[in-house]
Design a protein around this ligand. Structure first.
Ligand SMILES: Cc1ncc(COP(=O)(O)O)c(C=O)c1O
Length: 375
């Protein structure tokens, strides 16, 4: 495939996915079935969790997780301000209140100190986000959660395959939620997964995601509770099965590309590459570097686009979005604002070459210097 544009990300899909989709279509079984079940068990095993429950997206995976824990009206859920809106929206969707807290300027993730300041007698749950492929610093968060009797639901939309030491994202907290949107590590087009070690929570999740159903006698379903429909079609489950055979190769390639950027950007002033703690397997769903020159990031995105280089912001600072103006905040959320305004996501496509990366960084340097000179 030849394309002039250097893309932010490109899904790694091809003939193998097509062959398995073909099998599903010919089987006549297109709703959730054996292929999605196979995807669930392969994914759960990969992240070291006992159960995987597939959903239609990470957003529905997070809503399902909160419903499983019985979180609703009157409850507060602590959410980082620097994330995609879905993390806080699911809290509102179940009738609870998100409380927005600031993040660390180095990891871009929420830390235990910020969470601690936001705890009230109404706090029921904390939803840390392992942003851009960088796993949360779990130990201080789990100690705090235990001391304060809080559930932990991790938004790991971007972090399939991440690890902190021996601990794998997907088996560190009560319930972990993943995304298979095309901008994520592996993709099924749209799709998500909840992973958990708890038999009880898994059983409840499976029931709620399927109309509140439980297996009844003689093959007749019983509806035990209110539920919804978050099932993942076998057409998409088949893509997931194939993607699992590629996940480590995809991550290795992303790490290699990120290492090249680290070296290339080291020679450019005005930009700070992402920081990774020792012993962490960062999977680089996004390579987000911080521009230290204020108010040039947006112009850089449009100028780079003119050179056929696709870049993006990191993610959003929720309190700056109109939809979140009535939502309670803890602290000044200044780091989230600064990251929202100054992070630049560099193209990290599986298929890009080292020459492409050199062209990206040379163009970036030239445009940064030009924009700086123009004030
Ligand atoms: C941190 C984070 N959480 C949740 C989501 C939502 O994922 P999905 O599109 O699978 O619902 C995204 C999507 O970009 C995200 O970046």
């Amino acid at each position: 495939m030849t394309e002039d544009r250097i893309r932010l990300i490109q899904p790694v899909v091809g003939e193998e996915e097509l062959a398995l989709i073909d099998e599903v279509l010919k089987s006549g079984h297109m709703t959730e079935g054996p292929k999605t079940m196979e995807f669930e068990s392969k994914f759960a095993e990969y992240v070291g969790a006992k159960h995987g429950i597939a959903t239609t997206s990470c957003t529905t995976a997070m809503e399902l997780s909160l419903r499983v824990l019985g979180i609703g009206r009157g409850d507060e859920v602590i959410v980082p301000d620097f994330t995609y809106p879905a993390t806080a929206d699911v809290v509102r969707f179940v009738g609870a209140t998100p409380v927005l807290v600031d993040v660390s300027p180095e990891s871009y993730n929420v830390d235990a100190e910020h969470i601690k300041e936001a705890i009230t007698p109404r706090s029921k749950c904390v939803m840390p986000v392992s942003l851009f492929g960088n796993p949360i610093d779990i130990e201080p968060i789990e100690d705090l959660a235990e001391e304060n009797d809080l559930y932990v639901v991790e938004d790991a939309a971007c972090s399939a395959g991440a690890r902190r030491g021996q601990r794998r994202t997907g088996s560190m907290v009560d319930l972990t939620c993943f995304s298979f949107h095309p901008r994520k590590i592996i993709t099924t087009g749209e799709g998500g997964m909840v992973t958990t070690d708890s038999d009880e929570l898994a059983e409840l999740a499976r029931s709620i995601k399927k109309f509140g159903m439980t297996a009844g006698a003689g093959g007749i379903s019983t509806f035990a509770r209110a539920g919804s429909n978050f099932k993942l079609s076998d057409v998409l489950g088949a893509i997931g099965v194939v993607q699992m055979s590629k996940i480590d190769e995809i991550i290795s390639r992303r790490q290699e590309l990120a290492g090249n950027y680290d070296e290339l950007l080291d020679r450019v002033s005005g930009v700070v590459p992402p920081k990774v703690d020792d012993g962490v397997r960062h999977v680089y769903q996004t390579y987000a570097a911080r521009i230290t020159v204020e108010k040039v990031r947006d112009r850089l995105i449009s100028d780079l686009e003119k050179k056929n280089i696709e870049t993006q912001i990191g993610t959003y600072s929720l309190h700056m979005q109109p939809s979140f103006s009535p939502v309670p905040k803890s602290g000044d959320l200044e780091t989230a604002r600064m990251l929202f305004e100054n992070l630049l996501a560099f193209p990290l496509s599986h298929y890009m070459t080292e020459e492409d990366q050199e062209f990206v960084v040379t163009s970036f340097k030239e445009l940064l210097e030009k924009n700086q000179a123009n004030g």
